[in-house]
Ligand binder design. Structure first.
Ligand SMILES: [Zn+2]
Length: 68
């Protein structure tokens, strides 16, 4: 049986693999548009959708508590 295994060709691809800074989820084809990129201390950090959402909630929670 022939198995069509999709293998990204490293030659000629500019996309660099990114790893979620929080949960470690890997995206070999570069950061998806749904991911969040934040620069901290000159280092780019990526967060996957779920972690970005969790971060948002944490930030909103902080804002909320500071509003009171
Ligand atoms: Zn994540």
């Amino acid at each position: 049986m022939d198995q069509p295994t999709p293998q990204p060709d490293p030659s000629g691809s500019e996309a660099q693999p990114v790893v979620c800074a929080r949960c470690g989820t890997q995206s070999p084809g570069g950061a998806p548009p749904t991911w969040t990129c934040s620069v901290e201390n000159g280092t780019r950090e990526y967060f996957c959708v779920e972690c970005a959402r969790a971060n948002l909630r944490a930030i909103e929670g902080r804002l909320d508590s500071s509003w009171w």
